[in-house]
Structure formats: C-alpha cells, structure tokens
Design a protein around this ligand. Structure first.
Ligand SMILES: Cc1ncc(COP(=O)(O)O)c(C=O)c1O
Length: 457
C-alpha cells in the first residue's frame, strides 16, 4: 500500500498523541479485526453432504477417505491417515517407527508441548535442542551433540509456519540411522526448497484444530510414503485391532498396542472444504506478513520474523521480537517486552505471548513426575545412571526468545492491509513514546487475543 502525504501527516500526529495506556485515544478498535476461520458455502455444502449421507463416523467413511486422498495429493506423499488430533498423529508416528521404553526422541526447545509429550506417551524420553536465533526452528548445528546410542527419532518442528532446516537434519538422521517425524502441526502448505513440509521426513504430522491454517474444528493428519508405516499407523489408530483380509471386517483381535485416534466425518468434511481455500488464505497471510514486516522493520528495536530465501513461511503466527538496546533504552529485555505489549494492547492491538517459556522449563520436565508420580519413563534410564538435565540455561536462545517476543494476532485472512496499517501505526505510536509505555510496565493489563478471534469465544 502507498502512503499518501495526508496519511503520513495523520500517522506522525498519531505518533505524538498521548498513549491509550495514559488515557489517550486507541489506534485500533476490536471491530477492525475479522475472525478466523472463514466459513464459506463450501463448508456448508460438505457438512450438508455428511448430514444427508447419514454417515457421521468410520475409519474408511467417505469424507475421511476423501480427505486422506486429497491431503496426500496436496502434500505430495503416497499415503495419509486422518487422526483425532495432531498430538495423536505424533504419538502414532513414534509408535509406527518402533520407539519404545528408554529410547530418546529429540525435538526443539521452542515448540508446543505435544512435540515432546508424544515421546512420553510412548514411554520414551524427550531430549531438547536449542533453536536458531533467526528462524526459531531447531538449530541443526547443535543436533549431533544430543544424539547417543539411545536416540531413535528426531522431531523437527516447523514453527509458527516456518519450515525447519530439513537438509542438515535429514543428513544427520541418515548418518545415525534415525527416524525423522516432521511436526508440521503449524505449517500447512509451507515449503522447504520447493517441497511441502510433511513430505520430507519419514512421517509428517499436522493438526486440524480451529486456530490452524487448515482448520477442521479438531483433528490431525499423518502423511508418509512408507507402506509399512501406513499399515502400522492404521492399526495403532484403531486399538491395534486386526482387519480380516477377506471380509475387511474388524475381528476384535488386537495384535499390537493401539489407541482410539480416529477422526469423524464432520471435521473431515470441514477440513476438505477449508483445503479448497488453503493456498488463497495462506497467500493473504503472506501478503499481510510482508506488509507488516516492511513497516515494523523501520522501527528501531522491533525485529520482524525472518524467512530464509529457500523457504515459504505460511505465518500461522506472526512473531515479533523487541530489543531495548536498539530502541535506545537501557532496560531489562523482558520488562521492555512486557511494557510494549501492555501499551500495544491498550492501543487496541491484539498482541500477546503464546509459549511463555521453553518447553523443557515446564513443571512436567522440571519435576519428572511421569506416570502416576512414578518418575517413569525417565526412571527407566536413570536407574542405569543416565541423567536428564532440563536446566533452562541449556537453551539460552529459546529462553531469550521467550523473554522478548510477542505474537501479533490478526495476520490471517480476511484481514488485509487496512488492519496491517493500523497495527503498524500502533507500533509507531508506542515506540515514539517508550518512556510513557515503560512507566506503565507494572499496570494490571493482560495482553492477548480474545477467544472470539479464533472462533472459540
Ligand atoms: C507445534 C505443535 N505440535 C503439535 C500440536 C498438537 O496438535 P493438536 O492440538 O491437534 O493435538 C500443536 C497444536 O497446537 C502444535 O502447535
């Protein structure tokens, strides 16, 4: 968007206005934001198809089967299974590649809990690797140091829509004979060197929850080229129950340990309808992110997200970091972020943190209570003298990120340049009045998106 002379005059006036946190007029109103997901006639049509069919569930029911075919074709894998969540897809993947008690599974220190807890669900032990300071994905240069004879799998996470650096990760995995399970739960449609994520590792996993770029309400997807993983995944998804080869019926004879991880027809139909608009909606996210980054880059102390040239980020989240030194202030970075977040929130900008700490810093890992307070699965290896150290000091990059970042909400369609321009104006206003913002750092203000923005109100 081109700034007119009139508009830039308005902007500089806005920048000198009193901050809303001190009683001034906010830059944004709640109704400047439009909600996600977008429901179209395609959603209504496919949901009605389910209702008219009278089939609402089933491992091979029509919508589920069609979604599996369409998603495999979209991602570029031979096979796909639908699941009831992204977490289920991750757990199924570890079970399918044969991870078991005492094995170690490596993932990134900055992620959602499920990238690590899926290992615990398989009685295996999560090991964390710090992140790259620019991309916030697993730092491949630190990966080999985390590998030992117990390591079975690596779970790189395509964080907030940006692919992890898969070439070095795949090369290290090959060298050490490890399985790679992509956690693509936040990155539907993202590209790494022209390839869709979810088609690079041995298995790819996606979430379909209502926040995601591809929402189905809840649900997940498991993608692979490997027929053995497909068949094993299918068994694990449905109690481990064998299917009779002739009659194609369940024979209620569980041959392996399985779970109930099937999805249903209504979420599958919704995901299929949303898939028809995925690329179009991802392109809007990308355009919004590029617009906002161009504006925010001009403000000293604001660090917009970085996307390496070989990747296509799909901006499930738009992550901004703050650097008080670059803003000309001698201030503790965490306090600076909190002050800026609160001032932006009062300007009407929906900003706020997602993960507040690296995953290994969570109580689950600090206490290692495990199953029923038994210390399992860690106790399996600790009995052999192996120690697991989840000291947050081991993950300085993830820790610094968690101190200094916020999420700018509203990057999704149907929001567009008008909203991005207002968000940019709110940032400019706050950064033109940083002393005033810092004076309110301890005010009782709780930044974040309201639930309704993501249809969960
Ligand atoms: C990176 C990541 N992995 C896994 C999951 C788990 O997905 P689900 O909530 O569908 O179980 C999520 C969900 O938000 C996620 O963000």
């Amino acid at each position: 968007m081109i700034f007119t002379k009139e508009r830039s005059k308005t902007m500089s006036r806005a920048a000198s206005d009193k901050l809303a946190i001190s009683g001034g007029r906010p830059v944004l109103q709640r109704d400047d934001y439009r909600n996600w997901p977008i429901i179209t006639q395609d959603d209504r049509r496919l949901i009605n198809e389910v209702l008219d069919s009278g089939i609402i569930a089933g491992g091979a029911a029509p919508q589920v089967a069609a979604l599996e075919k369409e998603w495999a074709a979209y991602v570029g894998t031979k096979h796909c299974l639908t699941t009831c969540s992204g977490t289920a897809a991750l757990h199924m993947s570890l079970a399918a590649v044969g991870v078991g008690p005492g094995d170690e599974v490596i993932t990134a220190a900055f992620t959602f809990l499920a990238s690590a807890s899926c290992a615990l669900h398989q009685n295996a032990i999560p090991v964390f690797v710090d992140i790259d300071p620019r991309t916030y994905t697993m730092d491949p240069t630190r990966l080999e140091a985390a590998i030992n004879e117990r390591t079975k799998a690596i779970i790189p996470v395509h964080i907030q829509g940006l692919p992890a650096d898969m070439d070095p990760i795949m090369a290290i995995a090959k060298k050490h004979n490890l399985f790679v399970i992509e956690d693509a739960c936040q990155a539907h449609g993202a590209l790494y060197k022209g390839r869709k994520v979810g088609a690079i590792g041995h298995i790819g996993t996606f979430s379909l929850n209502n926040y995601k770029n591809l929402p189905g309400g809840e649900g997940g997807l498991f993608t692979t080229d490997d027929k053995v993983f497909l068949e094993k995944g299918g068994l694990i998804r449905c109690f481990g129950d064998e299917i009779d080869e002739v009659s194609h019926r369940r024979i209620y004879n569980a041959s392996i340990l399985g779970y109930m991880y099937r999805n249903q027809e209504l979420p599958a139909a919704l995901a299929r309808a949303q898939l028809m608009h995925l690329d179009e909606n991802n392109n809007i996210r990308i355009a919004n992110a590029n617009y906002l980054s161009r504006e925010l880059r001009k403000i000293p102390g604001v660090i917009p997200p970085y996307c390496p040239p070989e990747c296509q980020h799909v901006y499930f989240m738009y992550n901004v970091r703050f650097d008080p030194k670059a803003a000309g202030l001698d201030c503790e970075p965490r306090r600076f972020r909190i002050a800026v977040e609160k001032a932006l929130c009062k300007e009407g900008a929906l900003v706020g943190q997602w993960q507040t700490m690296p995953v290994p810093a969570q109580d689950l890992f600090q206490s290692k209570l495990g199953y029923g307070g038994s210390s399992y699965p860690w106790a399996v290896n600790e009995a052999k003298g192996i120690q697991y150290d989840y000291d947050v000091a081991n993950f300085p990059v993830a820790k610094e990120l968690c101190d200094t970042y916020t999420i700018v909400h509203g990057i999704h369609a149907p929001n567009g340049p008008e909203l991005m321009e207002k968000i940019g104006a709110a940032f400019r206003k706050v950064f033109a009045n940083l002393d005033e913002a810092l004076a309110h750092a301890d005010d009782a203000i709780y930044p974040g998106a309201d639930g309704k923005l993501y249809g969960a109100g």
